[in-house]
Design a protein around this ligand. Structure first.
Ligand SMILES: Cc1cc2nc3c(=O)[nH]c(=O)nc-3n(C[C@H](O)[C@H](O)[C@H](O)COP(=O)(O)OP(=O)(O)OC[C@H]3O[C@@H](n4cnc5c(N)ncnc54)[C@H](O)[C@@H]3O)c2cc1C
Length: 474
């Protein structure tokens, strides 16, 4: 094969996989030698630099990518520092004339990458960027009035008419030619991605990171849960969802690989595809309304009377609110780095409405603790629940954690698993221990305020107070 370039750099970022990686495929078709590079530059993503759980995932994902690259005869070069300076240094060390990457659609990355492209082009280096993360480019999906969508249903209807345009996933290469032994690579441990205090054992036990882990988890979902996803996706007590979040965020798998696998194995996927549609919608919104990472899309909420209550925020973060479903969710998050979507909505509604604490406080906590923390999905999820986003749940929709638990955790296994101190309470009281008669509490061996917190707010009164606060901005 004749190549246009002698050497290309492939700059890995949120595409930590070898299969269906358009930047890698392009580099291999254009250059004789291909050098895979990862640059650790968390400050460039400020104010949303990766949180602790994301860094944990990144460490293991890079280890796995590095092993996979070595298996193909290549070598992943790790560097640390400003991305542009590191790329320029590598270009001078390798004489590369082509740099390929897959796009990241976050505001700070768009600014950085646009600048890097401009500077490198001025230095006669060819740059080639690709879409590896989304089904559709955010700028390609427009309303009939040629505007970005702000409502999910028409957005997704429009996308569905174009799903057939999706090309098949690209194959992984068989070989990565061009190992340059003289290039230095930082040691993965020198990036200090793992926590200093060992709080990650729960996550370690829960997840298999990396490209192989993504495909194993997808296959498990297809075998065990996909066919009843539509009816069980709202049940936190079951493993009814795919847990693809972190794999998609880090690009260990692509949405079109998932869709192709579901299709090939004849799995009913309509309601699952709709959730991938929400992911597309979140990225669409983030691209067109980049300020929403820190400000409400609905500007009326700039004047909302949020409450500053450090003690309540800390109780929420620690799963010590005295509201069992909320505490179960927050503890699941702390232990595994993940929380079920239904419970995410409940804990977010509780924080922003019952406690009236600013949605950004919740978004920041999720950012630090979720292994699937994703700027597009997290921003959209918080703004949607708080009532200030696009196509948001109306503010007066305030989730009642007691009723939600009765409906979606009907045997209360989820609450009993994550809040074991109240596990012996009878079903009648387990979602609302504050209403349990003293005799029932003492039979279950509980004294509220000692063994489990008394509820930090009254659900009914705080709901009314939230609705009154909303009237001020309506
Ligand atoms: C307050 C709040 C914060 C959230 N923060 C994040 C976040 O930081 N990162 C994140 O990936 N998701 C976030 N979500 C969306 C959703 O909760 C997770 O994507 C989902 O729980 C991940 O589990 P799963 O992979 O098993 O989902 P599945 O039900 O198996 O769905 C498959 C994939 O579809 C996408 N998806 C599913 N639901 C949504 C949704 N509502 N919005 C956007 N994409 C969706 C995800 O990529 C998910 O991995 C948030 C939701 C809320 C209410």
């Amino acid at each position: 094969m004749s190549h246009t370039h002698q050497t290309a750099l492939v700059w890995f970022r949120r595409d930590l996989r070898l299969a269906d990686n358009p930047a890698l495929t392009h580099a291999l078709s254009e250059a004789r030698n291909v050098i895979p590079v990862f640059i650790h530059a968390p400050d460039e993503e400020a104010p949303w630099s990766p949180g602790a759980a994301s860094l944990w995932w990144l460490h293991h994902s890079l280890a796995s990518l590095s092993r996979d690259i070595t298996g193909l005869g290549g070598r992943l070069i790790l560097r640390q520092g400003a991305s542009l300076a590191c790329l320029q240094q590598l270009i001078s060390e390798t004489s590369a004339t082509l740099v390929c990457w897959n796009r990241v659609y976050e505001p700070s990355c768009i600014v950085r990458d646009t600048n890097i492209k401009r500077v490198l082009k001025d230095q006669a280096i060819e740059c080639s960027s690709h879409n590896a993360a989304l089904l559709f480019e955010p700028w390609q999906v427009r309303t009939q009035q040629d505007k970005p969508f702000r409502v999910f249903t028409p957005f997704w209807k429009h996308c569905q008419t174009r799903l057939a345009e999706q090309p098949l996933p690209l194959a992984a290469p068989n070989l990565l030619p061009g190992v340059n032994k003289s290039l230095t690579s930082a040691d993965l441990s020198s990036l200090h991605l793992l926590p200093r205090i060992k709080w990650d054992s729960g996550m370690q036990a829960h997840w298999q990171t990396g490209e192989a882990g993504a495909h194993a988890r997808l296959q498990q979902f297809i075998n065990d849960s996909a066919s009843h996803y539509a009816t069980e996706r709202d049940r936190p007590d079951k493993t009814g969802t795919s847990c693809m979040g972190p794999y998609l965020h880090f690009g260990e798998i692509s949405p079109r690989q998932i869709i192709t696998a579901l299709h090939e194995q004849q799995t009913p996927a309509e309601s699952y595809l709709r959730e991938l549609g929400w992911r597309e919608f979140s990225h669409h919104l983030l691209y067109h309304f980049p300020h929403t990472t820190n400000a409400p899309l609905d500007i009326r909420f700039e004047k909302f009377p949020w409450d500053k209550n450090a003690a309540a925020l800390q109780a929420w973060q620690r799963g010590q609110t005295g509201i069992p479903l909320v505490d179960a969710g927050m503890r699941e998050l702390w232990h595994t780095g993940w929380m079920h979507n239904r419970v995410r909505m409940v804990v977010a509604s509780f924080l922003t409405k019952n406690l009236r604490i600013h949605w950004l406080e919740g978004a920041r906590w999720f950012w630090d603790t979720l292994v699937d923390a994703d700027l597009a999905n997290n921003t959209q999820g918080w703004q949607w629940t708080a009532g200030c986003g696009a196509d948001a749940a109306p503010f007066f929709r305030i989730f009642n954690p007691t009723l939600q638990a009765e409906r979606f955790d009907p045997e209360f296994n989820y609450i009993r698993r994550w809040v074991p101190e109240i596990a012996r309470l009878p079903n009648k009281w387990i979602t609302k221990p504050w209403e349990a008669p003293d005799i029932e509490l003492s039979k279950a061996g509980i004294k509220l305020g000692r063994d489990y917190p008394s509820a930090i707010v009254d659900l009914g009164a705080s709901r009314e107070a939230a609705l009154d606060a909303y009237k001020e901005i309506k």
